[in-house]
Design a protein around this ligand. Structure first.
Ligand code: GDP
Length: 285
């Protein structure tokens, strides 16, 4: 596990190591500022960390605990639910939603669960095709309709099918065209309402997928989605390809939301639960 996160964060870790000599044990505030900026931590958060620190020399341990404190919201408690467990996956196009759904589905399947996907991004034919291919590849069921059909009807049918066939997990894809924000907000709200109608108290978890290579610009996207429908947790993708891993701190801190998993590659297996201790240690050790 540790190796996975280490490899996937190697670009961010390299960026940090270029400013943090390995054997150095204490840092001045200016040095800390450089380190965190290099990892793409947002300036406002860096200032907060530094303002709270009274010592002139900051040790690695203090820096470690400060970084961990910004990830205080990363623990997540699963809600009480009656099966099937229904998850709604939201995020802008290209963030890695479809790939992430396949990763989550494979994880559940490997735990012995019966999984069904709902191809709720009915706006893009490619999204329906892509998700159908993933379902086939990893061997899980899917409910898909033609492009242009009502996405909430797909959500309803998926949950209905899951209930009648005793599935454990329902994962519903959604559209991600943030440029038509009002339409998207209405569509997502409707899907949420219909989920509750099909299976009271669902969706049990709404997950926002964010592209880790976007660094801090993902924060405004995340805020938009959170305001639109309310998000319970985040999955950050493509951390393998970026030196901007430090934005994880800013995202978790700005949104006060837990980071549930991180995507570490393009395959369905490239997916790990987010562990804040491992994450911080990988960056600093
Ligand atoms: P969607 O439009 O949000 O559904 O995005 P896709 O799932 O189609 O992903 C967009 C691109 O990002 C594809 O080329 C994926 O292979 C790639 N991708 C998704 N997740 C990851 C990841 O964790 N790491 C890397 N390197 N690529 C990823």
């Amino acid at each position: 596990m540790f190796g996975f996160i280490k490899n996937s964060l190697s670009k961010t870790a390299d960026a940090i190591k270029s400013v943090v000599p390995k054997k150095k044990l204490t840092f001045s505030k200016d040095e800390i500022e450089d380190i965190l900026l290099e990892a793409d931590v947002e300036y406002e958060l860096i200032e907060k960390i530094l303002n709270e620190t009274y010592q002139e020399k900051i040790t690695r341990d203090i820096l470690r605990s400060k970084l961990l404190a910004t990830l205080a919201y990363t623990s997540y408690k699963e809600p009480e639910f009656t099966a099937p467990f229904v998850e709604l996956i939201v995020g802008v196009n290209g963030a890695g939603k479809t790939t992430t759904i396949s990763k989550l589905a494979l994880k559940y399947k490997n735990e012995g669960k019966k999984v069904i996907l709902g191809a709720g991004d009915t706006f893009r034919a490619a999204a329906i095709e892509q998700l159908t291919l993933w379902a086939k590849k990893i061997g899980v069921s899917i409910v898909a309709s033609a492009q242009g059909h009502d996405s909430s009807a797909v959500a309803y049918d998926t949950i209905d099918s899951a209930k009648s066939k005793n599935f454990d997990n329902v994962i519903i894809d959604t559209a991600g065209r943030l440029h038509t924000q009002t339409n998207l907000a209405n569509e997502l709200k409707k899907i949420k309402r219909i989920c509750d109608k099909a299976h009271p108290s669902s969706p049990h978890r709404t997950i926002l997928v964010l592209d880790g290579t976007q660094g801090n610009s993902a924060i405004s996207q995340a805020k938009a989605f959170n305001e639109m429908i309310g998000v319970d947790g985040i999955i950050i993708t493509k951390l393998d390809g970026t030196a901007k891993g430090g934005s994880v701190f800013s995202i978790a801190y700005a949104l006060e939301l837990p980071i549930l998993f991180v995507g570490t590659g393009e395959k369905s297996e490239d997916f790990i639960p987010f562990d804040k201790y491992e994450f911080v240690d990988t960056l600093l050790d």
